[in-house]
Design a protein around this ligand. Structure first.
Ligand code: GDP
Length: 364
């Protein structure tokens, strides 16, 4: 599955937000026993009204949403790259995530100490980014020492890696994150394999006071400007509101959101923004036993999409029977879609579309 790491300076509202996430996950876990919850890892269902609609039509016994994993990565402080705070452990944790949710304090509260003594989310974002850049520089320098030997030995992959590492290092030494390096398509895979911290896409989470949750505030506006300039995303959330919502049942939560002038829970917006940032999309498998959603990257072809369910589905892939979501709904289900000629047989080179209802045929 896809993993988002939650980072941020101390006292910005990370644990409040993470606890709300995991409490929501725990509530869901009653229905979805496969959802694992560890102290710093929460698997949260991705809300998707299309899945409920499909299950209703197919009279599926079980509805299984797709999930996104959130990892609470504590310990990021000024000097972290020098081993202060939790040091290297959390850097290793960040390496493993697909994207970073960076919580920024956008609320004023004299009772809650700010580590730098002032509320300035843009400066905070720079503090954290600087630590990540320093960590990248250090790891690149280490890796370059080892790689030089392999390059001398004529290892082609090492030659490519060295070139990419040097490009990243040059950018970082100019004070810019490695994501600013322009990478050719031929290098894209090797570039990703480097797992540099400052190449991960960032979603800024502006934690605002309850009364600013609907409209945002001046701090959040500055973050939005910064995010846009970097090509990153942002969402406005009140961790305190999410904390309250996580303790309500669905009906109460809907009423509460309405009172606050919010259309959707912040956690739902957070998950959706993460989806967008990572270019993720959903396909469905639907039957009388279960209706289930699966996450893939945009542009994924049918065999690799099948591989998300099981490796054997990918290895033995023959073809896929596919119905677009709208056709499935309009035809009143699989049988109707078949009769209307809306079920397509698709082969290995089919690019799965968002909302496709898929049935895979494969050799075992
Ligand atoms: P962390 O260190 O980033 O994990 O921050 P916490 O989640 O522990 O929050 C630090 C303190 O800020 C706690 O006392 C929270 O209750 C408080 N806090 C979090 N979000 C808000 C907010 O939106 N408004 C106010 N006034 N306090 C908040």
């Amino acid at each position: 599955g896809f993993r988002m790491g939650i980072v941020g300076l101390p006292n910005v509202g990370k644990s409040t937000l993470f606890n709300a996430l995991t409490r929501t996950a725990a509530a869901q876990a009653a229905n979805f026993p496969f959802c694992t919850i560890e102290p710093n890892v929460g698997e949260v269902a991705v809300p998707d009204p299309r899945l409920d609609r499909l299950a209703e039509i197919a009279k599926s016994k079980q509805v299984i949403p797709t999930r996104m994993t959130f990892v609470d990565i504590a310990g990021l402080v000024k000097g972290a790259s020098k081993g202060e705070g939790l040091g290297n452990q959390f850097l290793a944790n960040i390496r493993e995530v697909d994207a970073i949710a960076h919580v920024l304090r956008c609320f004023e509260d004299g009772d809650i100490t700010h580590v730098e003594g002032r509320v300035d989310p843009v400066a905070d974002a720079e503090t954290i980014e600087t630590e990540l850049m320093l960590a990248d520089i250090e790891s690149i320098e280490k890796r370059l020492q080892n790689i030089v030997r392999k390059v001398r030995g004529g290892d082609k992959e090492a030659v490519q890696q060295e070139r990419l590492l040097r490009a990243a290092l040059a950018k970082l030494e100019e004070g810019e994150p490695a994501r600013m390096v322009e990478v050719d398509e031929d290098d894209a895979k090797a570039w990703k394999m480097l797992q540099l911290l400052t190449t991960k896409p960032v979603l800024y989470v502006c934690n605002v006071a309850e009364e600013d949750a609907a409209q945002g505030n001046a701090h959040a506006a500055k973050v939005a400007e910064m995010a846009a300039a970097q090509g990153n995303a942002h969402v406005i959330i009140s961790a305190r509101i999410e904390e309250e919502i996580s303790q309500l049942d669905a009906e109460e939560a809907a009423m509460f959101l309405d009172e606050m002038g919010l259309e959707e829970a912040g956690l739902d917006r957070l998950i959706k923004a993460g989806y967008g940032l990572l270019n993720l999309q959903t396909y469905f498998t639907v039957g009388p036993k279960e209706a289930r959603a699966w996450t893939i990257r945009e542009g994924t072809m049918a065999p690799q999409a099948a591989g998300v369910i099981h490796g054997d589905f990918e290895k033995g892939f023959i073809r896929a029977e596919t119905i677009a979501y709208d056709d499935f709904v309009a035809s009143g289900g699989e049988q109707g879609a078949k009769e209307a000629g809306k079920m397509r047989a698709e082969g290995k080179s089919y690019t799965v579309a968002d909302g496709d209802v898929m049935h895979f045929l494969f050799n075992t």
